[in-house]
Design a protein around this ligand. Structure first.
Ligand code: GAL
Length: 681
């Protein structure tokens, strides 16, 4: 699909005309425009307004609203309303409902209660989308389309009969015969062998949660396939009717979904919904506790940028979040609304739309606060949105700018999904990714996420002098070959424990580990273990530094020609290699036997000579995030203070503060939650 680029920094808001008396519409639009809001996203939950009864379509309500938008000069992103099917639909066609794992349908009343595979739902969705597209495709106020709302949000597993049926079709296409499926899933284990396709099902409640991991891996692939095909169904219709130049998007980012492929097949641009105060939520899992609070939302933005380099934010948090049934984070404190919005812009968003214009006075989300509160008066949040807009537009020169990355972090969906079915894998993957992020932040060395996909080329990889691919347990010849090319052409590849141990079905390979990667690492892993919780932390020595080797330990035996960088210094494998380096062609592979700690990541970045790439131009304490976007030979530095107290940063040469146009040099003070964007060059 052709990619859409924002021509200038553009601000929007989510608005629900159906939630408010008509008498408010005009003043709402006037106040939005006065604040700098020129785009609104509407209608994504309004199916009943368009089709109050089956097959009866009425557009009067939204015609009237869009006519007003046209008059006022407000531009509209129209949502397809398929995330909330109407009550008449679920009553008449209960097969469209998603179910719990036990097969019990979700009833009408929440949202996303449908499944992607029921033929009836697909038919009725195609019809409502076609009706909308035909009616509004040429409307002058419409500039874009959002498909559904947050595909795979809240519920990302599907257990209806329609899904079970579609899963069997998916598997028949993949394996052809039951024999091949039985082989791929190792069904001989625990007598799971299938003799009839009708026995094959989506994962169900099984004794002791002893699911077949290979079945579940294919099941996640299937969910992704289903969500993508549901999106494609809609985008094909929208494409037929939309005006040239109008875009098709959806808002994410959620799991069990190959967002990259969905983008390629069905979307012109991608948008992310950013709610950083989730980081302060009451139900933070312990594994997330040692992170960098709201700054870690940057990780989601990196994911989004990897899907679509010039993305937008469809929903940017503007108030406290919560449902009638859930308490989430507190209200953004003064300055945080701008800080969080600038965090998005720093990572590549050129469109930023707040959620939502005004808090709803009723319904499940009456605590999900918008810019305006229930009383509808001007307030501090609206004042901050206006101030943000003034700053945002001074960034027009960098609209479309690329993000600088000192290194790359490789991921792939097969390993992500395997880590969902294999908790050993999950533990190591989660820890390493989180620590790589923390290290990169603390030493101001930004990175890109790169997904290992079939079309990934060595040229793309060569843009990065160094790549972490922490724990690619699932590996195949093609991927190993690409990594070999990258290294041979001069790259530094860093692999962690468990790399190369499985095939693409998630089964262990009967090869010396790290399997297909052995030629690259020049190591043999004959022994491996979880770092025992009953002993002191396992450590290693590297060049006089003592570093922990947390979570898991592969004990490395160097093959001829492989250099040992570090040895374990405790446990029964004290003195054995924990980290090695092997040269191949112009590059090298560093094989490390553990999960990564932030100290080790920083040490490796220094070892490779790529740490703190901005130091000659700008310096900041670790509490301040530094990001660089680049365009036309110019550097644009974002300095974002995530602390509630002031911080100093040092400019090493004169730079233009874009917000004011003034030239700055030397020490600058960022107020609590303060932001600045400097142009240099
Ligand atoms: C988003 C969703 C919105 C709204 C918001 C607050 O995930 O797209 O529709 O529900 O959260 O819950």
């Amino acid at each position: 699909m052709q990619k859409f680029l924002w021509p200038e920094m553009t601000m929007g808001v989510c608005y629900y005309p159906e939630h408010w008396p008509r008498a408010l519409w005009e003043s709402d639009l006037d106040r939005m425009l006065e604040a700098g809001i020129t785009r609104i996203r509407i209608a994504e939950f309004a199916w009943s307004k368009f089709e109050p009864e089956e097959g009866v379509f009425t557009f009067d309500f939204f015609d009237e609203f869009l006519e007003l938008c046209g008059r006022k000069g407000m531009k509209v992103i129209l949502g397809t309303p398929t995330a909330t099917p109407p009550a008449w639909l679920t009553q008449k066609y209960p097969e469209v409902l998603n179910c719990t794992m036990a097969g019990v349908p979700y009833r009408h009343g929440g949202r996303r209660h449908y499944n992607y595979n029921a033929p009836k739902y697909r038919e009725l969705c195609a019809r409502i989308v076609e009706q909308l597209a035909r009616h509004y495709g040429h409307h002058p106020a419409v500039v874009g389309w959002q498909i559904d709302n947050e595909l795979n949000c809240e519920i990302w597993e599907f257990y209806s009969e329609a899904d079970a049926e579609a899963f069997r079709i998916f598997l028949k296409e993949k394996y052809g015969t039951l024999d091949r499926l039985n082989e791929a899933w190792g069904t001989v284990f625990w007598n799971q062998t299938y003799t009839d396709w009708a026995q094959v099902d989506v994962p169900r409640q099984v004794a002791n949660q002893g699911w077949n991991p290979h079945l579940r891996l294919d099941y996640y692939r299937f969910i992704s396939h289903s969500a993508r095909s549901f999106c494609r169904l809609q985008s094909e219709i929208l494409e037929k009717y939309k005006k040239p130049g109008d875009f098709i998007t959806t808002n994410g980012i959620f799991g069990n979904l190959d967002n990259h492929q969905m983008m390629e097949e069905s979307l012109n641009t991608y948008t992310y919904d950013s709610y950083p105060s989730f980081a302060f939520g009451l139900d933070r899992s312990p594994r997330e506790s040692d992170d960098l609070n709201d700054r870690k939302w940057t990780r989601n933005l990196l994911e989004t940028r990897s899907v679509c380099p010039h993305f937008g934010i469809m929903e940017q948090q503007s108030g406290a979040n919560g449902w009638a049934t859930r308490m989430e984070g507190p209200a953004p404190r003064p300055g945080q609304l701008t800080l969080w919005a600038m965090q998005s812009v720093a990572q590549g968003a050129d469109f930023l739309s707040f959620f939502r214009w005004r808090t709803c006075t009723f319904g499940t989300e009456m605590y999900w606060h918008g810019i305006l509160d229930y009383d509808n008066r001007d307030n501090r949040k609206l004042a901050e949105v206006k101030d943000f807009y003034r700053k945002f537009r001074t960034l027009d020169p960098l609209c479309g700018a690329e993000n600088f990355a000192a290194f790359g972090l490789l991921k792939d969906y097969d390993n992500v999904w395997d880590s969902q079915v294999d908790v050993w894998h999950e533990r190591i993957a989660w820890k390493s990714e989180s620590e790589i992020f923390c290290a990169s932040e603390l030493c101001h060395t930004p990175y890109d996420l790169i997904y290992m996909r079939d079309d990934l080329s060595v040229e793309t990889l060569r843009k990065y002098p160094l790549l972490f691919y922490p724990h690619p347990m699932l590996m195949n010849e093609r991927r190993a070959g690409l990594l070999k090319q990258y290294v041979a052409q001069g790259g530094t590849l860093i692999l962690g424990c468990r790399a190369g141990t499985k095939d693409m079905q998630g089964r262990f390979v009967m090869l010396p580990q790290p399997g297909l990667l052995q030629e690259l690492t020049g190591t043999d892993v004959r022994d491996f273990t979880f770092a025992s919780p009953n002993e002191d932390a396992v450590r290693m020595d590297w060049d006089g530094r003592e570093l922990e080797v947390p979570v898991f330990n592969d004990i490395l035996e160097p093959l001829a020609g492989t250099k040992v960088l570090a040895n374990y210094r405790s446990s029964y494998y004290a003195g054995k290699a924990s980290m090695t380096e092997r040269r191949l062609g112009l590059g090298r592979t560093i094989h490390y036997g553990g999960t990564f700690s932030r100290e080790l990541v920083e040490a490796l970045l220094r070892y490779a000579g790529i740490c703190e790439p901005f130091a000659a131009e700008i310096e900041a304490p670790p509490e301040v995030q530094l990001v660089r976007r680049e365009k036309g030979g110019k550097h644009y530095y974002f300095a974002l203070n995530f602390m509630d107290t002031a911080r100093e940063i040092a400019l090493k040469r004169p730079m233009k503060l874009l917000y004011t146009g003034e030239s700055c040099d030397g020490v600058q003070t960022l107020p609590p939650f303060g932001t600045a964007v400097y142009e240099v060059g």
